[in-house]
Design a binder for this molecule. Sequence first.
Ligand code: TXA
Ligand code: MG
Length: 332
Amino acid sequence: MVDGSDRSISLAVALLRAGEVVAVPTETVYGLAADASNPEAVLRVFAAKGRPGDHPLIVHLGRGANLADWARHIPDQASRLAEAFWPGPLTMVLDRHPSVLDAVTGGQDTVALRIPSHPVIQRILQDLGGGGLAAPSANRFGHVSPTTARHVCDGLADSVGLVVDGGPCEVGVESTIVAFEADEVVILRPGGVAPEAIESVIGRQVSTGAAGVVRAPGMLASHYAPATPLELCSADEAAPRASKLVSLGKRVGVLSLGRTDVPGAAATWDAGGDMAGFARSLYHFMRQADAEALDVLVVALPPVEGLGLAVQDRLRRAAHRPVSPDRYDHDH
Ligand code: TXA
Ligand code: MG
């Protein structure tokens, strides 16, 4: 692991040019980056993650990149969203330019593009002198995304040559992915840009896509999962439910907006003062639940406003697992 100093950035750039894989910070989560124009380098990303090869990657671009090098057609609404949210936690799925590698798009005729705002990845992109970095989140497939360099090392130490530390990620959940259909904007994955913010830019409602169709692997029902079972409750139900589990002798954690006092609980965590705070700390607390060897983490769901939609989405996916009820609870 290295810091974000000039020397580290030069080292990262040299490795990327040589076709190696480097873990880099973005404002959402850490990414596992490879030169998007080098097919062998891109294949190394899939190998390091243990990810199926037909899952497409997001291409990260430098500020001021020419989108026409990557996409055949840029809808009006895409230009407006780029203007409003780039650099930042928004990914747009566009018709791919013929020169974009199949290894990057999973053979689809679209490509996912994002201009991230984190200064370290931006420096690396500028120093590379154009081009793009294909980068999924820097975790093993199906695990919780890393929001610190330490998380990356914990999960991928053996398969990544260099991890550049850019501090804890400010947004903390992945980017919002949008696609354009006719004159509609469709959210394929909720994330760091709130749907309300997108709606205010395009002046109409966004759609959350066709239910039940897996358009992006991040949309598989079970994903982003810690080992600890999660129980999702309304804000009112969290304390009584946690108390009940404590009375059954369980090692219980409680995560809520504002701390919920539960006598006998092993941990009661404040998820942050607001929805952005919840998003920023969510993956940290999922990891903490495992580190503290909790039997169950009871989570008070935040409202689905703003980043609350992305937080609820990740929580539901993390909780969606066939957990044997008697692993932590005997009363149902
Ligand atoms: O915030 C983020 O988006 C982070 C950081 C590193 O940028 N990246 C990230 O990448 O979350 P990953 O690979 O873990 O998730 C990318 C998602 C996947 O669900 C993938 O299926 C979807 O983007 N995706 C990529 N290309 C696509 C395409 N052409 N059409 C539809 N979905 C696509
Ligand atoms: Mg991921």
